[in-house]
Design a protein. Structure first.
Length: 124
């Protein structure tokens, strides 16, 4: 797979995640992760697998978080395949940073998160 196509698939993946979140669709958010993905949401904890990740996003949505936007987005080719995304993010009630989102091409040809590390830095 050429680099440009792989990167475009990864960008499609993050756009699908943001669209799902902004539509308040926790299952849609979780679908952007591999089955055995690991997500570290600082300071909340570590969530393993799509079900735990979906439950986390549902809880965040239920608490009124919405309108996610990314800024200062940087993509870098990962040494072990896929791409790493780093950025800042804002929501209606909070802001923070993405330390690392590792996007890979899954067995069905779609890009998904295999590892996600982000942090809430404050409230808005």
């Amino acid at each position: 797979m050429t680099k440009n196509i792989e990167l475009e698939l990864c960008k499609d993946g993050i756009n699908a995640w943001k669209k799902a979140f902004n539509n308040q669709d926790a299952a849609g958010c979780a679908a952007q992760y591999t089955i055995d993905a690991v997500m570290e949401a600082r300071p909340f904890g570590i969530f393993k697998g799509r079900e735990e990740i979906q439950n986390f996003w549902q809880d965040i949505i239920d608490k009124g978080f919405s309108d996610v936007a990314y800024s200062d987005v940087h993509w870098e080719k990962a040494e072990n395949g896929g791409y790493l995304l780093t950025s800042k993010w804002t929501m209606n009630t909070a802001f923070g940073v993405v330390h690392s989102e590792h996007w890979i091409i899954d067995s069905d040809g779609k890009a998904r998160l295999v590892n996600d590390i982000f942090e809430v830095l404050g409230e808005r």
